[in-house]
Design a protein around this ligand. Sequence first.
Ligand code: NDP
Ligand code: GDR
Length: 342
Amino acid sequence: MASENNEARSEEMRRKIALVTGITGQDGSYLTEFLLEKGYEVHGLIRRSSNFNTQRINHIYIDPHNADKALMKLHYADLSDASSLRRWIDVIKPDEVYNLAAQSHVAVSFEIPDYTADVVATGALRLLEAVRSHTVDSGRTVKYYQAGSSEMFGATPPPQAETTPFHPRSPYAASKVAAHWYTVNYREAYGLFACNGILFNHESPRRGENFVTRKITRALGRIKVGLQRKLFLGNLQASRDWGFAGDYVEAMWMMLQQDKADDYVVATEESHTVEEFLERYFRPSEVDNLKGDASKAKEVLGWKPKVGFEKLVKMMVDEDLALAKREKVLVDAGYMDAQQQP
Ligand code: NDP
Ligand code: GDR
C-alpha cells in the first residue's frame, strides 16, 4: 500500500513531457516557452533543412550536455514520414502531443496542393495513428492536440462557432478539414483524448514574413529607415479576426487539461480588414470575412485574449522597426545587402 502511494506520488511529481511538431514555427516557439514555464520537458520534431531553421527557438535552446537544464530537446522527423513519428513517440513517451506542423500558407497551397494535403491532412492521420498504436502497445495515455483553422469555415458567413458548417476554399483549408475529422474519428472510434482547436488568425513579431500582417509591419520598419520604398499587397477587402499567438497557445494547453476531449473555437471576436491592395496578389478563390465566436472556449476553458488588435499591431510595428534599425546598421557598414535577411 505504502509503495503504491509512493508510486502514485512520484507519478504526480514527474515532469510532464510534451511532444510538439512544428516547434520551429511561430506557434511552436510560443507554446514551447509556455510549456517550459509550466515545468514541462518539451521535445520538438524538426525537419532537415539546408539552412538552420531554428531561429525562433534559439533563445531557449540549451546544449543537451547541460542535462538538467536542457529541457527542450530537438529530433529530426517529418510529417510525411510515418516511421519517424512512431519511433519518436515510442522513445519520448509524451503525455501530450501538439500537432502544429503544416504547410501553413493558404496562397502557397494553391501552388503545391498535393504536398499540402500530404503534410496537413495525411500528416495528421500519420501522427494520430502513431499515437494510437503507441497507446495500445504501451498501455499509456497520450493526449493529442490538432491545430485546426478558421480557414475551414471559408465561405460560411460569420460569426463562426464550433457548430458552423465548414466550407473550405483552398487546398490548405480542405486538408485542415480532413485533419479535423480524422481527429474526431480517432476520438470516437478509439477513445483517444484528441482535441481540435479551431484557431482564428494569430500573429506576433515571430509571424512568418509572407503573411499579411508581418509583411506590412516588416515593410513599414524598412521603409521608415530607408531600406525599402514600396510595399505590394493583395486583397484590401479581406477581413480577419486577428489575435496574439502568445494568447492562443495557452488555449491549446487548456484544451488538454479538461476532463473530456472536445473541439473549441479560439478567436478575439473582433474583425478588421486589410488596408492595401495589389491586383496580382488575388488568390483563385478567396475567403472574405472571418470573425469567430469563442463563447465555448471562454465558458468551458475560462480562456480569453489578453492582447487586443491595437496592442498587437503596436507590438509588431515596434519590434519590426527595431529590427529594421539593426539591419540598417549592417547595410551601412557593408556587412549586408538591403535585400538580404539579417
Ligand atoms: P508556421 O508556418 O509558422 O510553422 C509551421 C511549422 O510546421 C514549422 O515549424 C515548419 O517547419 C513545420 N513543418 C512544415 N512542414 C513540415 C513537415 N513536412 N514535417 C514537419 N514539420 C513541418 O505556422 P504557425 O506556427 O503560424 O501555425 C501553427 C499551426 O497552426 C499550423 O498547423 C497552422 O496551419 C495552424 N494555424 C495557424 C494559425 C495562425 O494564424 N498562425 C491559425 C490557425 C491554424 P520549418 O520551420 O522547417 O518550416
Ligand atoms: P490567411 O493569412 O490566409 O488568413 O491564413 P494571410 O496573412 O496570408 O492572409 C490574410 C488575408 O490578407 C490578404 N492579403 C494578403 N495576404 C498575403 N499573405 N500577402 C499579401 O500581400 C496580402 N494582401 C492581402 C489575403 O488575401 C487574406 O485574405 C493564415 C495562416 O496562418 C493559416 O495557416 C491559418 O490557418 C489562417 O491564418 C487562420
